[in-house]
Design a protein around this ligand. Structure first.
Ligand code: G4P
Length: 297
C-alpha cells in the first residue's frame, strides 16, 4: 500500500469528498481503534459540518477493550456517536444501524414534520487508507439488496447500496489523507503498518514500539516472548529487550550473530497481527464524570 500523500492527492480527495458530502445526511467515519486520533484527519470536522456524525472504532479486536470504551466515551463527549466494530468478523456491524437511527433522529423528525415519509437516510463511509473502509462496506452491505444504480439528475454516476427500508449507502468510500504533522502521529501510523515500511528504519521503529510496550504492556511482552524486562531491579532498555527477542526466536545472521533487523520485523509483524495481545497506542484523557459503560455497544 502506498501512503505517500502529496498536495495533489489531497486536493483531489478533498474535492471529491466535498461533492459527495453534499448528497448525504450522515458521515460514517472509520478510525483504527488502536490509534483513534492519529488515524483521523481532523479536517473532516470542517468538511462534514452540519451533517450527522458517527465514528466507528474499527479493528477493536486488536485494541485494548478498556481503552476502546474510554475512546468511545471521549467521542461521545465531543458530540459524535461512536460504536465498536470488527469489520473482518462482522462483530458490532448490526449495531451500526441503530446508531445511524440515533444520529439521524433530528433529520427523521424534520422530515416527519414536513410530511415527508420514507425518505431514506443517505450515508457515506470515510477514513484514511487502510482503516478498513472496504471491509466495512462489504460486511455492512452483505445482506443488502442490489445496488440501486444511478439516480438521474441527483446522483449522476453514483452508486447507492440500499441497506434496508431506511438507509442508503454510497458504495465508494471517501478517502481522507493521513496527517503526518507531528512525529508522534507519524510513528503511530507506522506502528500499525500504514506507512510503507521501506521508507522507515524498521529497527528504530521496533525500538520505539518496544519502549511503549515496556511502559504500558509489560505483561504482554513477557507472555509472548518469555523474556526478562528487569535486571537487578533496573528496567531494561528497548535494545536489550530486542536482543532477547532475537535470541529467543533464533533471529541469526549467517555467522551466528544476532539479526536485529529480523527481530524488529518479527516484533512489528506480530504486533500488527494482534499476536502480542490487544494493544492501544493512544491514551485518552476523559472527564471523570464520564460514565464508561462496561459493554461493547
Ligand atoms: P481501506 O478500504 O480503508 O483501505 O481498508 P481495507 O478494507 O482494505 O482493510 C485494510 C486491512 O485491514 C485489510 O487487511 C482488512 O482485512 C483489515 N481489516 C479491516 N477491518 C478489520 C477489523 O475490524 N479487524 C481486523 N483485525 N482487520 C481488519 P489486509 O492485510 O490488507 O488483508 P487481509 O489480511 O484481510 O487479507
Amino acid at each position: 500500500m502506498n501512503l505517500q500523500w502529496y498536495p495533489g492527492h489531497m486536493t483531489k480527495a478533498k474535492r471529491m469528498m466535498q461533492e459527495d458530502i453534499k448528497l448525504i445526511d450522515v458521515v460514517i467515519e472509520l478510525v483504527d481503534a488502536r490509534i483513534p486520533l492519529a488515524s483521523r484527519n481532523p479536517d473532516i470536522d470542517e468538511m462534514a459540518k452540519g451533517k450527522a456524525r458517527i465514528v466507528l472504532l474499527n479493528k477493536f479486536d486488536l485494541a485494548d477493550d478498556k481503552k476502546t470504551l474510554e475512546w468511545k466515551a471521549w467521542f461521545e463527549e465531543q458530540g459524535i456517536f461512536a460504536t465498536l466494530v470488527n469489520s473482518k468478523s462482522g462483530k458490532g456491524i448490526k449495531e451500526v444501524h441503530q446508531v445511524i437511527q440515533e444520529a439521524c433522529k433530528e433529520k427523521i423528525e424534520r422530515d416527519r414534520k414536513r410530511g415527508i415519509k420514507n425518505r431514506p437516510i443517505r450515508a457515506m463511509v470515510v477514513g484514511i487508507p487502510n482503516v478498513g473502509k472496504s471491509t466495512f462496506i462489504n460486511s455492512f452491505a452483505r445482506k443488502a439488496c442490489t445496488k440501486t444504480g444511478n439516480k438521474p439528475g441527483v446522483t449522476k454516476g453514483k452508486q447507492w447500496i440500499r441497506l434496508n427500508k431506511s438507509v442508503e449507502l454510497l458504495d465508494t468510500p471517501g478517502i481522507l489523507w493521513p496527517k503526518f504533522e507531528d512525529e508522534q502521529t507519524g510513528l503511530q501510523l507506522a506502528f500499525i503498518g500504514s506507512i510503507k515500511d521501506e521508507i522507515i528504519n524498521k529497527e528504530e521503529l521496533a525500538l520505539q514500539l518496544l519502549s511503549y510496550l515496556l511502559e504500558e504492556y509489560q505483561k504482554n511482552l513477557i507472555e509472548r516472548y518469555d523474556i526478562l524486562i528487569e535486571k537487578d531491579n533496573k528496567k531494561l532498555e528497548s535494545l536489550q529487550v530486542l536482543k532477547q527477542i532475537a535470541k529467543k526466536r533464533a533471529c541469526l545472521l549467517k555467522g551466528g550473530e544476532l539479526d536485529y533487523g529480523k527481530a524488529a520485523t518479527l516484533l512489528l509483524d506480530e504486533f500488527r497481527d494482534g499476536k502480542i495481545g490487544k494493544i492501544t497506542l493512544e491514551q485518552v484523557k476523559i472527564k471523570e464524570k464520564t460514565e464508561i459503560k462496561n459493554s461493547f455497544n
